[in-house]
Design a protein around this ligand. Structure first.
Ligand code: IMP
Length: 194
């Protein structure tokens, strides 16, 4: 039997909307952490996206005992040996992430500017946990462009546009989080499908 409800260990409206859209065909109601009555914010001190996603998912699952997902994501830049990676949110003070990255990349030539957004989702229910991941490959540009999205989107190039120049629909089709959520969709269908 397909699960009826799923708690997402976040209160981020964008993440919730994306998960709701992708899981809707399975008839699953996605609740935010707040809607599920869980009030936890564990320290994300893991060394990998998977460890951090599991830390968040476990904390919420223990509070609500409903099937739970948590995601952890970040930007991995080739020329920076994969940094900022799990430290993406803490790489710079609020609002200065893109500027700091452009400065750190200022002497890196065109063919070495490759980067990838990575997202890992941890799913937990009474049968145990499962980890899913998605990637979105691109390159770091030379200036900030576009006003959509968030975080590093204005400097992340996909083709000749930045992620911040894509509509939400265009971004969801190619995003790391979209890819991981689609993997979750297939996992749930396989485990609980009719
Ligand atoms: P978290 O997974 O919500 O902890 O996000 C980690 C950090 O990675 C965010 O604060 C952003 O800086 C960055 N990040 C993750 N996903 C994206 C994205 O889709 N666009 C731009 N930045 C992102």
């Amino acid at each position: 039997m397909m699960i009826k409800q799923l708690v997402m260990a976040t209160n981020n409206a964008n993440k919730l909307r994306e998960a709701r859209e992708i899981l809707a065909p399975l008839g699953i109601e996605v609740l935010s952490q707040r809607e599920a009555g869980a009030n936890c914010d564990p320290e994300e001190n893991g060394a990998t996206f998977a460890e951090n996603a599991l830390i968040k998912a476990k904390a919420v699952y223990e509070a609500v005992t409903l099937p739970t997902i948590a995601d952890d994501s970040g930007l991995c830049v080739d020329a920076m040996d994969g940094r900022p990676g799990v430290h993406s949110a803490r790489y710079a003070p609020e609002g200065q992430h893109c500027a700091k990255l452009l400065e750190e990349m200022q002497d890196v030539p065109e063919d070495k500017r490759g980067a990838a957004f990575r997202c890992t989702i941890a799913y937990i229910d009474e049968n145990g946990h499962h980890i899913m991941s998605g990637d979105c490959k691109g390159a770091i540009g030379y200036e900030q462009r576009g006003t959509n999205g968030f975080g590093y989107d204005p400097v992340f190039m996909v083709g000749d546009r930045t992620m911040a120049e894509l509509t939400a629909e265009e971004k969801n089709k190619i995003s790391h989080r979209g890819a991981a959520l689609r993997e979750l969709y297939h996992f749930l269908k396989e485990r609980y499908g009719e």
